[in-house]
Design a protein around this ligand. Sequence first.
Ligand SMILES: NC(=O)c1ccc[n+]([C@@H]2O[C@H](COP(=O)([O-])OP(=O)(O)OC[C@H]3O[C@@H](n4cnc5c(N)ncnc54)[C@H](O)[C@@H]3O)[C@@H](O)[C@H]2O)c1
Ligand SMILES: Cc1cn([C@H]2C[C@H](O)[C@@H](COP(=O)(O)OP(=O)(O)O[C@H]3O[C@H](CO)[C@@H](O)[C@H](O)[C@H]3O)O2)c(=O)[nH]c1=O
Length: 332
Amino acid sequence: MRILVTGGAGFIGSRFVTMLLQDRFVGWEGADTTVLDSLTYAGNRANLPAAHPRLHFVRGDICDTELVHDLMRGADAVVHFAAESHVDRSLTGPTAFYRTNVVGTQSVMEAALRARVERVLHVSTDEVYGSIETGAWTEDSPLLPNTPYAASKAGSDLVARSYWRTHGLDVSITRCSNNYGPHQHPEKLIPLFVTRLLQGLPVPLYGDGSNTREWLHVDDHCRALHLALNKGTAGEVYNVGGGNAWTNLDLTHRLLELCEADRSLVRYVTDRKGHDLRYALDDSKIREELGYAPRVPFDQGLADTVAWYRDHPDWWRDAAAPPERPDARALT
Ligand SMILES: NC(=O)c1ccc[n+]([C@@H]2O[C@H](COP(=O)([O-])OP(=O)(O)OC[C@H]3O[C@@H](n4cnc5c(N)ncnc54)[C@H](O)[C@@H]3O)[C@@H](O)[C@H]2O)c1
Ligand SMILES: Cc1cn([C@H]2C[C@H](O)[C@@H](COP(=O)(O)OP(=O)(O)O[C@H]3O[C@H](CO)[C@@H](O)[C@H](O)[C@H]3O)O2)c(=O)[nH]c1=O
């Protein structure tokens, strides 16, 4: 078995590859893995084993269709993670988002079609549905993305779907909620707040902190991706939710406790432009059809994540700073 993973040096992709190399996915034991990653600010080669007999790392751009096609020759499956992933960056620099997320996904689908890859999984997000005040999105909910990031991911979903509908490419799409865990870039809420609190620095809470997100441990997400790739149906979408809905304010209070930090470190700053109020996924389809069930209790997963950042300051100290925000800059 040969698997190509795009974006495999990022947060979720590297965890997926690590679990694969540890033979944690039933039926894929001994699989050879090729990672294609351009190592943007978000990619880190050190997220993966330095050397492993079943890992081949290629630094390259998913928009280079010839390269992607060459790497796909003989591959049994492709898992497509590569993307620009941070909403705040998409507000100030959207071009890279449309290039990588839309054009790059078209390149990956085209290469998979030409290389006759048997199975493709496109990793997407609940943000394509927009914002929901009550209830939860099913896979049939309309796509109403609100930010450049979300719009580019919605575009990528439609590109993937069109390769299935027009050309019969065997591709499924997953849409998951907010992931957390080790190796997440400290531009995202949990690692940003944890790494700042551990240094005794204030944390920037957008708006009034009432925005709500559902948190999913990265290991549970990776298990869901394995199931979707192995047992999912071409052309179908599968939601993957965490079931743990928290307002940002409540989550911040939890992080303050875990980091043994004082509430005075919370700073309310100007809200994110177009800030989605609430995300909520109905993931009964993947649970009932593919047998998915999350395993990591949120309290345990969050405590372990904080401990990981506490134990790995060398990993995050040099990470690229989040985009400059005048009010966030004033915090330091
Ligand atoms: N993190 C989340 O909470 C979350 C939730 C839902 C969906 N997703 C989706 O999951 C996927 C992975 O997210 P993540 O959080 O691991 O992202 P990440 O930003 O940590 O990693 C993205 C990886 O893609 C690589 N990359 C970017 N542009 C590239 C290009 N043009 N060519 C090749 N490689 C390129 C980067 O170097 C990096 O290693 C993304 O598609 C994202 O939209 C993430
Ligand atoms: C960085 C930051 C974020 N926030 C708020 C904004 C959001 O309501 C919440 C989480 O923000 P972020 O960690 O940036 O994540 P969010 O915008 O929800 O997007 C994430 O989750 C999405 C899935 O829902 C993924 O598709 C994205 O790739 C991923 O980045 O915290 C703050 O209040 N302060 C901050 O400094």
